[in-house]
Design a protein around this ligand. Structure first.
Ligand code: NAP
Length: 315
């Protein structure tokens, strides 16, 4: 049948031959993409995270995605260093984890990432965790605006906090932990990015948030290349909406749904992706949304995001 098609095609004008070839290549490309996606989501085995080291450090671990990571990494047998800003919430999360997973060792460390002395606190933290083989680092801490705002309306304090937490927090914690990983020649670093800077071409009315997440994406890619030969797997995970406190504030998400997973559901997929691609969107429902978005022209996505932002601003 293929040969009949080929013979028939040879009798056609050149422009039909070129168009057919492009169509054929596009089908091949999409088929490979789909098969790879099915393999990753269904058949690929998650890495044994204990091979990276017996401790995991998670920032922003008292709520949402970070808290879910803490529980599920404990379930995988890792000991935990929980880092967040609120000591009493940290103690509660630590006790809840130890009640559920009695063999898990936990350490807590308070850092206010929007505060003035992050570097000094990280040096103290390094002293505190000296000798522990931290194999997995989850750079999850992140903040956004209290509501949709035009760039000129964003208070400088909010803006600077965003940069301190999202950019400074992730970079400084990574620098604090990666040296030991280099010495041990193994480690996995997961940086939580966002669809706001990757899946859509713009995220109007949340411009600074999206820009900080673009930084995370590029930092991750560069570190992925820099540290691969040291046995360190750096990855940027790109979630779309996940039903957490942050999503309820910015997008009025009230409860999980098939395309907006709970933090627990998101993290189930997130953990299975650790150590593989430089950039991924682990939850299957998010990758379907990303694929649909990739079919639309940028101008359409820009207009949609702008009208959503304006609607949220007045809602
Ligand atoms: N949820 C989504 O739809 C979504 C989508 C894409 C990307 N993300 C990204 O995913 C990550 C986690 O988001 P989430 O939805 O789980 O957020 P969340 O529910 O608001 O939890 C954020 C965590 O970070 C901690 N935190 C916030 N500000 C801090 C600070 N200044 N210093 C230290 N700790 C601080 C919070 O502590 P407290 O418990 O004290 O508040 C909490 O533990 C973020 O990087 C976010 O940008 C989320």
């Amino acid at each position: 049948m293929l040969s009949t098609c080929f013979i028939h095609l040879k009798t056609q004008p050149l422009w039909i031959i070129i168009l057919s070839l492009l169509g054929f290549l596009s089908i091949v490309k999409n088929t490979i993409f789909l098969l790879k996606w099915i393999f990753i989501k269904i058949f690929r085995k998650p890495k044994n995270l204990k091979n990276y080291g017996s401790w995991a450090l998670i920032t922003g671990s008292t709520d949402g995605i970070g808290k879910a990571f803490a529980f599920q990494l404990a379930k995988k047998g890792l000991n935990l260093i929980l880092v967040s800003r609120n000591l009493s919430k940290l103690k509660n999360v630590s006790s809840e984890i130890r009640a559920k997973y009695p063999n898990t060792l936990t350490k807590i460390f308070g850092i206010e990432f929007s505060g003035p002395n992050i570097s000094a606190r990280i040096i103290e933290m390094k002293e505190d965790i000296k000798g522990l083989d931290v194999g997995v680092l989850i750079n999850n801490v992140g903040v956004t605006y209290p509501s949709a705002m035009f760039f000129h309306e964003v208070d400088e304090e909010i803006w600077m906090n965003l940069v301190r937490v999202n950019v400074g927090g992730t970079s400084l914690i990574t620098r604090g932990i990666i040296e030991e990983m280099v010495a041990r020649k193994k480690g996995a670093i997961v940086n939580i990015g966002s669809g706001a800077s990757i899946v859509v071409p713009s995220h109007p009315l949340y411009a600074i948030y999206a820009a900080t997440k673009a930084y995370i994406d590029q930092l991750s890619r560069c570190l992925y290349v820099e540290y691969k030969h040291y046995g360190i797997d750096v990855q940027c995970q790109v979630p779309l909406y996940v039903s957490t406190k942050m999503a309820s504030t910015v997008a009025f998400v009230e409860k999980p749904s098939i395309f907006i997973p709970s933090a627990g559901k998101y993290v189930e997929s997130a953990i299975e992706s650790i150590g593989y691609e430089a950039r991924c969107t682990p939850y299957w429902g998010h990758s379907i949304q990303w694929w649909f978005a990739s079919l639309l022209p940028s101008a359409v996505l820009d207009a949609w995001r702008l009208s959503t932002g304006i609607h949220r601003r007045v809602a």
